[in-house]
Design a binder for this molecule. Structure first.
Ligand code: ADP
Ligand code: MG
Length: 736
């Protein structure tokens, strides 16, 4: 194997120090070695490679071009089209430095047909000037611009003319600062030569992707090796569009592989968890007409469950009764009634003699849960000497100590709170079930901490995660392949749909009149103030100003203010006034985003709606329309200095006005933002798919999902090779 500078750079665990910035010339000792990141010599280009995750040969081989440049042809200037990149050969006929409008090197060239073109360079070195001196014949590549004064290329690439033309398109790779394309190209080529690309798909597997006409004239599917060879060095006759939009059969092969790796690793994690033991939680069967807790609770409920609630409750009860830890996501639109499902699950655990923890992301939300659960459960628990405990950050020492004692003794059958629930001092006696509300608001690290924490009995607790941001099916199949999903797809009866209106901020007065109208009818109103991410202080001053304005504009109406910086007691007092119906209008920052439940509120105004994300808007809107009254949501938008709304803001607001279905909203949000942002890096914790697109490649995802279990059962070694090839060291992280 020829030793290229790049090959050594890519693979070396070079023991010797060497000059920074310059790749080593000697051949790499062992090309195939997997190099731990720390051992890589700290040459800046190598550091840059490592930064891109390009450590092993296979990583380099799987680093695929973003686009291509066609350097396989020389065109005559007269055949080159304006605004397209062209490669020409021409001779310099003049070269001068002009000082106006700024210092620049202007070079006139002429090709064999006598056609001319001007080259302009705004930054250049003496060496460039030398190469570009009069009489030199050059190969020049750049975008041609037509113009009044003739054709032009700005900052084209150039070198001495002559030499062989490449046979394949030139790849342009995603890169980072300090990693020039030519260096990266060489690194990729040598990585590709050395990497183990043996087949990992099981023999006889049907491949879901398009075939191509092989050299023997027979249609065939790409092997990984051929696909990579092709994508790194495609022949010039291929459709660049098919390469760049990833629809080419070679791309399909890679995307299928990527999705398979992801499915395999998720499934492995799931199977590993399935080997763990959890307590089997089952409400006892009662004799002689007595009811168990679960039955008592259902009987006491003032309403009956919706069909969807009943169905998900059964799914959960079935999981809880098994010795395998449940790992279930309960999703349902805002207002679909997830809390009651959580309560019913808790009751099963309690009835079986275990404790249940319920954790919510904000204190307000946790408190609402607490109030509700105490109301529902305490009458049932008290006769058995059991309690509901409360744990939050802002809690008096004494109260906290008392609560901790209840948790430790097991007297607290149910523990409700914020992150405080998973803090170190908290010791459960017998935790059987943990419920996490609005799970997407907790990071992966916190979820992991929870699992560790809860292992007090030597058994894993069951876990129920709840989310009001429904995850579209494709996403659930992919990122949550190791989660079981229950969906509440039905709202409790008696809800009236929320009418959503987009209104320009210039018509604020009309909105205030509408508020007065609602108050006159005995209704209540939320006014949510903008989210200014850069500055909490600005958020606050905004909310305060709006609060003052509304107080003045609505004499005789109690207008309250709620924001995250208020002391807990004050927040609580404000919420109580609003919940009790005494306060007519509640001005707030986004602290009310999740879970707040005041059925009498019939109007929600969201100021600067253009600044909010789609899911967030939907969550906010879900605070109204909870009772029987006709409800509305007003999205006040302000156009910026440009005089109009940005494209994505417009799309979001339009989606909000058009649909109130959380699943549809989630789908559009995914479309607007892409899966990475939709999930948020924090929440997904998993490296996002590099190549596959969940929507466009659904068929590949289905294929991978079907193949993964069979492959783990029948070809476990191939599965391991496949996953480590694609995910390398990242596979561990995926399990979180
Ligand atoms: P979310 O799914 O957004 O958490 P909640 O659990 O807060 O929704 O429920 C919203 C409201 O609907 C609550 O006031 C709750 O008491 C009520 N609710 C839940 N289930 C039913 C039902 N089956 N029939 C009537 N009202 C219900
Ligand atoms: Mg809720």
């Amino acid at each position: 194997m020829p030793a290229t500078p790049a090959s050594s750079a890519a693979a070396s665990a070079a023991p010797k120090a060497r000059k920074p910035g310059r790749p080593r010339k000697a051949a790499a000792a062992d090309g195939a070695a997997v190099v731990p990141a720390k051992a890589v010599a700290k040459n800046p280009a190598q550091q840059a490679l490592a930064k891109l995750g390009l450590i092993r040969d296979i990583d380099l081989a799987l680093h695929l071009p973003l686009r291509y440049e066609d350097e396989t042809r020389i065109v005559a200037l007269r055949n080159a089209r304006d605004d397209e990149v062209a490669q020409i050969e021409a001779t310099v006929i003049s070269s001068e430095i002009q000082m106006r409008p700024r210092r620049q090197l202007v070079v006139q060239v002429e090709d064999a047909n006598g056609d001319q073109c001007e080259l302009r360079f705004f930054s250049f070195y003496p060496s460039h000037q030398k190469t570009l001196s009069v009489g030199a014949t050059l190969r020049i590549r750049g975008e041609i611009k037509g113009g009044f004064w003739g054709r032009q290329m700005v900052h084209p690439a150039f070198r001495q003319a002559g030499g062989e033309l490449p046979q394949s398109l030139t790849p342009v790779y995603p890169t980072t600062a300090g990693l020039p394309q030519p260096y990266l190209r060489r690194a990729v080529i040598s990585g590709l030569q050395r990497a183990d690309l043996s087949e990992t798909l099981p023999p006889g597997v049907e491949l879901p992707y398009a075939r191509y006409l092989g050299e023997n004239g027979r249609s065939q599917a790409y092997s990984l090796r051929d696909a990579l060879q092709f994508l790194h060095h495609p022949t010039p006759d291929v459709s660049i569009a098919a390469l760049e939009d990833h629809s080419h059969p070679a791309w399909q092969r890679l995307k299928a592989e990527e999705l398979l790796a992801q499915q395999l690793s998720q499934l492995t994690a799931k199977r590993e968890r399935d080997r763990l033991r959890a307590p089997a939680l089952q409400a006892p069967r009662m004799e002689g007409g007595h009811l168990n807790l679960h039955e008592q609770f259902l009987t006491a409920l003032p309403f009956s469950l919706t069909g969807a609630q009943r169905r998900v409750c059964e799914e959960i009860a079935r999981d809880l009764a098994r010795h395998v830890p449940m790992h279930r996501l309960l999703q349902g639109d805002v207002g679909s009634g997830k809390t009651i499902v959580a309560a019913l699950s808790a009751v099963i655990a309690i009835d079986a003699g275990w404790q249940c923890a319920l954790m919510a992301p904000t204190e307000i939300l946790a408190e609402q849960h607490f109030a509700k659960l105490v109301g529902w459960l305490e009458p049932l628990l008290a006769p058995r000497g059991l309690k509901v405990a409360w744990l939050a950050g802002a809690q008096k020492k004494k109260e906290r100590a008392a609560m901790l004692a209840l948790v430790e003794s097991g007297e607290a059958a149910l523990v409700v709170g914020t992150h405080a629930v998973i803090q170190e001092q908290v010791q459960f006696k017998k935790l059987g079930l943990a419920v996490i509300d609005e799970q997407h608001r907790f990071g992966v690290a916190q979820r992991l901490a929870l699992r560790q924490k809860l292992l007090s009995t030597g058994m894993e607790p069951h876990m129920l995660m709840m989310s009001a941001t429904p995850i579209p099916r494709t996403l659930a199949m992919s990122y949550y392949a190791d989660l079981d999903v229950s969906t509440i797809d039905e709202l409790p009866p008696g809800r009236t749909p929320v009418v959503t209106k987009l209104i320009s901020d210039s018509r604020r007065d009309e909105v205030v009149a509408r508020i007065a109208d609602q108050i006159a009818q005995g209704r209540q109103v939320y006014w949510v103030c903008p989210l200014i991410e850069e500055s909490e202080a600005l958020d606050l001053s905004n909310a305060t100003a709006t609060h003052t304005d509304l107080s003045e504009a609505l004499p005789g109406v109690m207008v309250g203010l709620l924001h995250s910086r208020m002391p807990t007691a004050e927040k609580k007092a404000v919420m109580e006034l609003f919940t009790a119906g005494v306060m007519g209008v509640l001005v707030s920052t986004t602290v009310i985003e999740v879970g707040v439940d005041v059925p009498n509120a019939s109007l929600m105004v969201i100021e600067h709606a253009e600044r909010f994300g789609l899911s967030q808007l939907h969550q906010l809107r879900g605070r109204v329309g909870r009772g029987a009254a006709a409800s509305a949501c007003v999205l006040l938008y302000a156009v910026g200095d440009s005089g109009k709304l940005g494209e994505t803001a417009k799309e979001r607001l339009k989606a909000m006005a058009e649909t109130s279905d959380g699943f549809e909203i989630a789908r559009r949000d995914l479309e607007i933002r892409g899966p990475g942002e939709f999930l948020g890096a924090k929440q997904s914790g998993a490296p996002l798919l590099r190549f596959a697109d969940l929507e466009a490649d659904k068929h590949l995802l289905e294929w991978a999902r079907e193949l993964a279990p069979e492959m783990l059962d029948r070809w476990p070694e191939l599965a391991i090779t496949h996953v480590s090839r694609w995910l390398g060291g990242k596979a561990e992280y995926l399990k979180a």
